[in-house]
Write a protein that binds this ligand. Structure first.
Ligand SMILES: *Cc1c(COP(=O)(O)O)cnc(C)c1O
Length: 429
């Protein structure tokens, strides 16, 4: 049997239908911007492998850090013990997170970072004896991960439908748009004034999985101010927006009022391996400082603060802080803006948007904009045939390259998008 057949026999892939089993593409190695198949095909990774990769694949500095760490201390229990990579990484993260952040809690991925944040917020009120603070507010269309808590605060759509009886109650605010800001603020005020809301969780400025939907920092600032006045804990899920994606280190750097809790993952290790971080303020932590064992935060994973993952993160962090990387983030932002101007008035483009290094384009189709929009089945192969990996969210095409991409390389993506706009028959009939 060849590799592809063996894959079909033995593996269940994520977010993948099990019928009409198409062949998964075998990848043998990856370097910089490109993925290589055993046959020598070279595919440009224009979505940073699900938004995780920052500095290109198999980066030598990260590879070296992983090798060195694996040869010295691969793992150790993180209760009762600690290690250098965890301490150095925590200090580095705190040095660029907003000043109000004071402690780092490690976990395994983006979903667990959000689970930790929610539990931290719920138990904060429990420890303080305010038992009526049990509600949570989130945005419709939000994505916070695939575990139960994260699913509960995420969009109630096709992905969560089979589990809806098992998800806890959440107060949903409409996805922010330019039109609904005033209404949204009133609704938020109504919800929080009864002092029953424990936390407000959100993807700051960009709702990624919802189709790169962007909203104004002024709106989020307003909501955060109201939340602060009513003591509601604000959780910024920066799993996707963190580490330069929006043009600044964190999307929250565009805000004046800072969230209480941050969730990080994806780009944290430079996209090399899984690691999650939840940071919090001194105020949150204070509620846990007690001799009463019942006030302990009883949460942990076997691989909490895995030294190899921490070492990869430190190497990635140092690369991110380099002036040449920061310059590249500005360059990519400029290129994306210029491309937006180039195609924004195209008759097949409903809307296009840019926030830092993130570009998104919404196609006009007969169906509504959504992840299950059928046009996706035309778009994905169109780009792959041109050896470009773009993975549209329904009728939304987004370009999210690693920061090492060169101008002529991103131009190749732009030309493919323009070619697609000419060739595909997707306009309203
Ligand atoms: C991807 C993502 C998550 C989930 O992260 P995983 O590592 O896939 O569990 C959570 N929140 C946001 C905003 C994300 O984009």
């Amino acid at each position: 049997m060849n590799w592809i057949d063996r894959d079909k026999e033995s593996i269940w892939h994520p977010f993948t239908q099990l019928v009409n089993g198409f062949d998964h593409i075998m990848i043998e190695k990856a370097e910089g911007l490109y993925l290589y198949t055993p046959e020598g095909r070279k595919i440009m990774d224009a979505i940073s492998s699900w938004w995780v990769n920052l500095h290109g694949h198999s980066h030598p500095k990260i590879a070296e850090a992983v090798f060195q760490q694996a040869s010295k201390l691969e793992h150790v229990i993180f209760a009762g013990f600690t290690h250098e990579p965890a301490i150095i990484l925590a200090e580095k993260l705190l040095s660029i997170l907003p000043e109000n952040q004071s402690k780092i809690f490690y976990s395994d991925n983006g979903s667990t970072a959000n689970e930790v944040a929610l539990k931290m917020a719920f138990q904060f009120w429990y420890n303080k004896g305010e038992k009526s603070r049990t509600k949570v507010i989130a945005f419709e269309g939000a994505y916070h991960g695939d575990t139960f808590g994260a699913m509960s605060v995420g969009d109630r759509g096709p992905f969560s439908a089979p589990f809806s009886p098992f998800l806890f109650d959440v107060e949903f605010l409409p996805t922010p748009t330019q039109e609904n800001e005033a209404e949204l603020i009133i609704q938020f005020e109504q919800l929080i004034k009864d002092k029953e809301v424990a936390a407000f969780i959100f993807e700051p400025l960009v709702l990624g999985s919802a189709g790169m939907k962007m909203y104004a920092p002024e709106l989020l600032d307003k909501l955060l101010q109201l939340a602060k006045e009513n003591e509601v804990i604000c959780i910024a899920d920066e799993v996707f927006t963190g580490f330069g994606r929006t043009g600044k280190n964190f999307a929250s750097d565009y805000l004046t009022t800072q969230p209480d809790i941050f969730c990080l993952s994806k780009g944290l290790t430079g996209g090399t391996m899984a690691l999650g971080v939840t940071s919090c303020t001194a105020r949150i932590m204070e509620a846990y400082k007690s001799t009463d064992i019942m006030k302990t935060f009883f949460h942990g994973h076997s691989f909490t603060a895995n030294p190899i993952a921490c070492a990869a993160s430190i190497a990635s962090f140092d690369l991110l802080m380099k002036e040449e990387t920061q310059m590249q983030i500005r360059n990519i932002s400029d290129w994306q803006k210029a491309f937006q101007e180039r195609i924004n008035n195209h008759p097949k483009v409903l809307n296009s948007r840019v926030m830092g290094t993130i570009f998104a384009l919404e196609l006009k189709t007969d169906e509504d904009t959504s992840y299950v929009n059928e046009v996706r089945h035309q778009l994905y192969p169109f780009f792959l045939e041109r050896d470009i990996l773009l993975r549209p969210l329904g009728n939304v095409i987004y370009i999210l390259p690693p920061y090492i991409i060169k101008k002529e390389e991103i131009e190749r993506i732009y030309q493919a998008v323009e070619e697609m706009l000419i060739q595909l028959n997707i306009g309203r009939h």
